[in-house]
Design a protein around this ligand. Structure first.
Ligand code: GAP
Length: 447
């Protein structure tokens, strides 16, 4: 993980937030390449949810919601973690994470291990951030930053039945920020207090819920493997009955083998009719589906694949990170799926003279309208390739003296290092063809 964190800072993927003031506990800023990577992760999620299906529609709900939402959802009463304070070191710990936490004093031990540790009994700590709606704190309404995007979907269920003319089974998908005042955030962007979720609520006839639960388990596992995560680093883990959330009758986590061990990437839950029933009760509105032909009415059950965009981006980075040797020199390379790579192609003149930069500039302008492309003319060609390898650019296009004679360029592949000459007139089509081709991690072949 240290290598990933250091690469992310060095190459402008992710920085600690407000760093010049010493940072702010586990909040992060995405730099240029991090923005592009996360954007690609989200675009791939939208692609499978919307573009490749016709039973799912999109939503972008407000982060601030009516406070009754959180009473109905159960978050106000139950979205808590057990908190333990140490009166000696003034640190706070999650009671259920004591075994893996470090004491606030050096040399660090487990909280409660030294005779000086003075731990309180655990008490419930609500993870929702509060703020006040309106200019006067005393008379304003207390509202919360949403701890999940899902509730924005449930409170819009009626709108969607009316405008979208969908009938169950159908889904509503949303990507957006969520906030949780985690007691022990950490492991880089794995657990932060502000993060992005990619959630889809799939409304189904009650008797079809088990079938659709299985369907979404399979779909979501496929999404990760098709985007290149190594299958042997990915698994499904069903929650034990005592782990299930208050709303769920079945949940399975997609887990990835992070450097910190097997950890949750995404949760897929059968939420039954809990949410729609509760919001109907608290709002006084009917939240049910009525079949206009048969008159049949029911409260749909909900299958929810809930993923984290930051956690997914981290998993793709971890899976992609590699070190090897090229021409006797060490190189760090991100073997990202080409569709996830922040930059698809780097255009590089071999030398900064003889008209090569001008031709390379022209090629860049042509490629740019079709894919994310970068130009680099600074330094030895080998060093420039390595800079691109480090950010995961799958293709390098080199303009050399031959280009000026026969209008061909060299296309270098990041993974195989194969170099081929391609006519400039065919370049964009050829690169697009390669970007669409199935891809699997070259790290797999080594196992
Ligand atoms: N609506 C259900 C729900 O929110 P969750 O398992 O609490 O379920 C879904 O969250 C996903 O959101 C997680 O699998 C994870 O990828 C991401 N996530 C949750 N808390 C996070 C945090 N503190 N930091 C980063 N990602 C988080």
């Amino acid at each position: 993980m240290d290598k990933i964190v250091s690469l992310c800072k060095r190459r402008g993927f992710v920085f600690p937030s407000s760093e010049i003031y010493g940072g702010l506990g586990s909040t992060y800023d995405y730099g240029h390449y991090g923005v592009l990577l996360k954007q690609n992760v989200k675009a791939e999620w939208w692609r499978t949810m919307l573009q490749e299906r016709d039973d799912i529609v999109a939503l972008d709900a407000a982060i601030l919601m009516h406070p009754r939402t959180w009473e109905a959802s159960g978050h106000l009463a139950g979205f808590t973690d057990p908190l333990v304070d140490c009166r000696t070191c003034k640190q706070r710990f999650r009671a259920d994470h004591i075994e893996t936490s470090a004491c606030g004093r050096k040399p660090s031990k487990r909280p409660g291990e030294t005779p000086d540790c003075d731990l309180t009994d655990p008490r419930d700590f609500n993870l929702m951030f509060q703020t006040t709606l309106g200019p006067v704190k005393e008379s304003g309404a207390t509202v919360y930053l949403r701890p999940e995007t899902a509730q924005g979907i449930f409170v819009n269920f009626k709108n969607y039945l009316q405008f979208s003319r969908k009938k169950p089974p159908f889904g509503i998908a949303q990507i957006g920020k969520s906030f949780r005042n985690e007691i022990t955030p950490g492991n880089f962007v794995f657990r932060t207090r502000e993060f992005e979720q990619m959630e889809m609520e799939y409304f189904v006839p009650p008797d079809e819920a088990p079938k659709w639960f299985e369907h979404w388990l399979e779909q979501r596992m496929n999404w990760y493997t098709e985007l290149g995560l190594r299958p042997d680093h990915l698994r499904l883990r069903a929650h034990a009955p005592d782990e299930l959330s208050h709303y769920s009758s079945a949940t399975s986590d997609v887990e990835y083998l992070f450097p910190i061990g097997w950890s949750e990437l995404e949760g897929i839950a059968n939420r039954g009719n809990f949410d729609l029933t509760r919001h109907a009760e608290f709002s006084g509105q009917k939240l049910e589906y009525v079949d206009s032909a048969s008159g049949e009415r029911y409260v749909p059950h909900v299958i929810e694949p809930a993923a984290g965009a930051d956690r997914a981006a981290l998993a793709f980075l971890v899976d992609a990170y590699d070190e090897d040797e090229v021409g006797g020199e060490a190189r760090t390379v991100l073997r990202l799926h080409p569709r996830l790579a922040p930059v698809k192609v780097a255009v590089l003149p071999l030398v900064k003279k003889d008209g090569q930069p001008e031709v390379a500039g022209q090629i860049l302008r042509e490629l740019r309208s079709r894919m994310s492309a970068e130009y680099d003319e600074g330094g030895a060609i080998g060093r420039r390739y390595r800079r691109q390898d480090e950010i995961g650019t799958p293709f390098g296009v080199t303009v050399d003296h031959q280009t000026l004679e026969d209008h061909t360029v060299t296309v270098r592949e990041r993974d195989s290092l194969v170099q081929e000459r391609v006519p400039v007139t065919e370049l964009a089509d050829e690169l697009e063809r390669r970007l669409r081709a199935p891809w699997s991690s070259p790290k797999l072949a080594r196992v």
